[in-house]
Ligand binder design. Structure first.
Ligand code: FE2
Length: 391
């Protein structure tokens, strides 16, 4: 397909999705635009939001890859001043957000742009809380704790993974306690999201694999958790179909723009699904693996996911959803095929996890917020079984 004919409608052709899904009606943000090269419209979008001085939040890798330069060009063409904070780190902490906010405060900005992966978008959102509502990030742990209006925020994801661009949550870790805080407020959602698949072409293979599997987990977990509903299920299903067909192509040939588009739209749909539902125990089990063994999020979620599906399939509704999503082979096996394509079909043992640590991991996983939404209620003993299966 020529790149100028890549649209949400053409990418989703044949999937028989309702118009309200194609239009991102239930996205936390206001407006989603998609298309190759549309980063060039950044300056226009800032103008439409009446911004005159932007804060661009990004990481050093994105800045060095030249992606930020394209953003600067567009802003310059519309006469918009720009101050850049290019110090975003993976899994941003309260200290990262405080540094970003202190920088922004001194610069006198009136619009915020997040350019990068989930960490950049979350740092940008966190900064917006502190700039406009004061206090510390810990004050906003939970939902709807901000009282003042926030600055307009534009999300420009460069990975296809977290779906943060369609959510009203910033995930920020407490620098002292390491607790991962979900700080949610409708006011922090993106006023505009720009999905430009060309930005995802330069992702390293491992990042494509890890973020892609994470997005797949978002689609599958949001589809069966106890907060699922007809609206979220429509986005989960759309996300899964796009990710399931796009993933084998992007892991084989990273420059395929059509498959990159499917992944980017799929990850964003999965973000909308989470916003309207929740996630589940693949994520509950993954967080302790990241905390204790430094296993990257997408890999940790990926190694748990087939075992979580097998654990949940005795629940009648979850089982029926899994069969709807994958009618020819069991869904867990389909996920394993994806993991195999990129060398992620590993056991916890192969990843260096000691079997003796499983009770500790399970106890921590049971305390995660996400664990309470699993279709089959779980406690530490049940999660121990899931970890054992993955070991
Ligand atoms: Fe995730």
């Amino acid at each position: 397909m020529p790149s100028d004919s890549l649209t949400v409608h053409t990418i989703c052709q044949g999937l028989d999705l309702p118009d309200w899904v194609l239009d991102f009606r239930d996205c936390a943000g206001d407006k989603v635009i998609f298309g190759p090269g549309r980063l060039a419209e950044l300056g226009l979008e800032v103008s439409l939001l009446e911004g005159t001085h932007a804060l661009l939040v990004t990481d050093p890798g994105i800045a060095n890859a030249g992606l930020a330069d394209k953003a600067f060009d567009s802003l310059r063409q519309h006469g918009i001043a720009c101050s850049t904070f290019a110090e975003v780190r993976e899994n941003p902490t309260t200290e990262d957000v405080e540094r970003c906010a202190a920088f922004a405060e001194a610069e006198g900005i009136n619009v915020i742009i997040g350019l990068g992966g989930g960490s950049s978008l979350d740092t940008a959102k966190g900064c917006n809380f502190l700039l406009t509502n004061g206090g510390r990030m810990q004050d906003y742990w939970g939902i709807g704790k901000a009282t003042h209006r926030m600055l307009p925020f534009i999300a420009v994801p460069t990975t296809a993974g977290t779906g943060s661009e369609c959510q009203s949550f910033a995930l920020i870790s407490d620098a002292k306690t390491h607790a991962k805080m979900a700080c949610g407020d409708p006011k922090c959602a993106a006023a505009t999201t720009i999905l430009d698949p060309e930005l995802t072409i330069t992702m390293p293979h491992s990042v494509t694999a890890h973020t892609g599997i994470d997005a797949i987990a978002h689609a599958l977990e949001s589809a069966v958790c106890t907060k699922r509903n007809d609206v979220s299920l429509a986005y989960s299903y759309a996300a899964w179909r796009l990710l399931d067909s796009g993933f084998p192509i992007v892991t084989e040939s990273g420059s395929d723009l059509e498959a990159r588009s499917a992944m980017q739209i799929g990850a964003a749909f999965a973000g909308v699904a989470i916003e309207n539902s929740m996630i589940g125990i693949a994520h509950s089990c993954a967080n302790p693996l990241t905390a204790h063994y430094n296993i990257v999020h997408g890999l940790a979620v990926g190694v748990m996911l087939p075992h979580v599906i097998e654990f949940n399939q005795s629940d009648p509704t979850a089982g029926a959803t899994y069969r709807l999503f994958s009618s020819h082979i069991p869904l867990a096996d389909r996920v394993r095929e994806h993991l195999r394509l990129c060398g992620m079909d590993q056991s916890l043992r192969e990843l260096g996890v000691e079997r003796s640590q499983i009770p500790l991991l399970a106890a921590e996983a049971a305390k995660q917020w996400t664990a309470q939404f699993n279709p089959i209620p779980v406690d530490a003993a049940a999660l121990e079984k899931v970890y054992q299966a993955a070991w």
